[in-house]
Design a protein around this ligand. Structure first.
Ligand SMILES: [Zn+2]
Length: 510
């Protein structure tokens, strides 16, 4: 059973998410460590930056197949090949829409033209790369007879994987399974290809549909970590993998994913993309293993399996363990971080080490604390404004007032103060006065990284810039994160982090 991860391609299409080449490389390394079979690294024809990011992954990441997406156009296929050709195991993934609604309104092509284009472009891809995957986009809404015909043509032209996407998340599980059975029965040459499924979660059925497809004979599942992706997202990798493992009695299939890396990978994806994981998310949500009711707690204490179908250790959720003490050196920290999947430059390591020392004076440092520090230090945009100091006065009698000191673009010191409805509001207003921006706050969440009163708090916020329209015409969103043992400081850092991204996007400063 092959796990095809598309976090870096479909997942990156999550509204508000945009990753740098460096971030993609970090994630690709972690996906390799997780043990996925294929990494879809990007869509090289989209931009030069995307092509470069895919190329770096192809050159530097070992283990999984590295795949690049291409429309059924010569320039796309050549760009995809340019990006993946130096991978150990390259793959080109060619797609074209096949449903009547897409043909009429999007492509403005006839079926004959689509069929001819598919033959020609899959053949071109096969002449460049041994491993070619073909997807008829919107397959689940394509008339089956035409779907069979186009799959046959793609296999004849050299596709060794045929992927069946439920592009708009429209199918129901039994219906999707019967589509896969129909393909196996009616497509000449299908035994020479691997059938893949790619399901979206618009009706909350992406994982159910994928598993139905697998039970009907698909042997590759396309999915993303945390279920990221367009609209409601894709099938969640961790749910697919754990369903295969927990219900192996029924499905009888296994995959190469090292489940003990799941929790860590999920956290890394959430950190780097800035998309928080909902607490009730299956497998990786903060509450996925929390038992609240007395009856359940009692049962689990007597015998874990009474109410738990997965041992949290299986996904790498050991009790957040103490990893380092205040006497640990830089080398020990570096090794520990590598074990967690982070590779830092000496300069970055220096910054993380300084923060670690600071924290180790106050408390025991756990893996989760370290991850919060790395995220805080590394995933910042080029800093236009840097937070030097924040001071608030609040309480039930006074007016919450904040004084903020920032370092500006040319190193100048900037100080201002304001009041607000609460300490965080006051801090944000003071920052707005200095920076001269006042974006709309869309989301604000605080999460305690570790339990206890000395926990590091991590704040994630999203702001909206009405004057900056994204490619879809809607106002752009910018997310920011900040971590500190003081939540007001964490909030200030997160806000400044998002503002720096916003300012960079406006192009006012480098
Ligand atoms: Zn998709």
């Amino acid at each position: 059973m092959l796990i095809f991860d598309t976090t870096l391609r479909d997942g990156e299409q999550t509204p508000g998410v945009s990753l740098t080449g460096e971030e993609k490389l970090q994630l690709a390394r972690q996906l390799a460590r997780l043990g996925v079979d294929v990494i879809e690294a990007g869509f090289p024809a989209a931009s030069r930056g995307d092509l470069e990011a895919v190329r770096r992954i192809a050159l530097e990441v070992e283990g999984p197949r590295i795949c690049a997406l291409a429309r059924a156009r010569e320039e796309d296929i050549r760009a995809a090949w340019e990006a993946v050709r130096y991978a150990e195991k390259p793959r080109i993934h060619v797609f074209i829409a096949t449903s009547r609604i897409h043909l009429e309104h999007k492509l403005r092509m006839t079926r004959e033209e689509v069929l001819a284009r598919t033959r020609e472009m899959v053949a071109l891809a096969s002449s460049l790369c041994q491993d070619v995957e073909f997807s008829p986009e919107d397959a689940s809404r394509t008339e089956p007879g035409f779907l069979y015909e186009i799959l046959e043509a793609a296999i004849e032209a050299g596709a060794s994987t045929v992927n069946i996407p439920d592009t708009v998340g429209y199918a129901l599980p039994e219906e999707f399974a019967s589509l896969i059975r129909g393909i196996r029965k009616n497509v000449p040459g299908i035994e020479r290809a691997t059938i893949s499924v790619h399901c979206h979660d618009d009706l909350g059925l992406a994982v159910a549909n994928s598993l139905a497809g697998v039970a009907a004979g698909a042997r590759q599942v396309e999915c993303t970590v945390n279920g990221l992706g367009e609209r409601a997202g894709n099938a969640a990798l961790e749910e697919i993998v754990m369903a295969l493992l927990v219900r192996r009695d029924l499905l009888g299939l296994s995959c190469g994913v090292k489940t003990e890396n799941i929790a860590r990978t999920s956290r890394m994806v959430s950190t780097i993309t800035g998309v928080p994981v909902p607490p009730n998310k299956a497998i990786v949500g903060a509450n996925a293993f929390a038992h609240e009711s007395g009856v359940h707690q009692d049962g689990v204490l007597k015998e874990r399996r009474t109410y738990e179908i997965i041992d949290p250790k299986t996904i790498g959720l050991a009790e957040s363990k103490l990893v380092l003490g205040k006497l640990s050196g830089r080398h020990a920290l570096k090794e520990r971080l590598q074990g967690l999947g982070w590779r830092l430059s000496e300069e970055e390591l220096g910054r993380v080490f300084a923060r670690f020392k600071e924290l180790a004076e106050k408390k025991e440092v756990t893996e989760a604390d370290l991850e919060a520090i790395v995220a805080d230090e590394l995933y910042r945009p080029p800093e236009i404004y840097h937070l030097e100091q924040v001071q608030v006065v609040c309480g039930d009698r006074g007016i919450p007032t904040a004084t903020v000191r920032l370092r500006g673009p040319s190193g100048e010191e900037l100080v201002d103060a304001d009041h607000g409805t609460g300490p965080v509001d006051a801090v944000y207003r003071a920052i707005n006065r200095i920076v001269g921006e006042s974006p709309k706050l869309i989301e604000f969440s605080i999460k305690a990284i570790t339990g206890g009163l000395d926990a590091i708090g991590e704040v994630t916020i999203t702001v909206e810039a009405p004057e900056l329209a994204g490619p879809n015409g809607r106002p752009r969103h910018f997310s920011g994160q900040g971590a500190s043992t003081d939540i007001v400081v964490a909030s200030a850092k997160a806000y400044l982090n998002a503002l720096n991204k916003l300012l960079a996007a406006k192009g006012g400063n480098p």
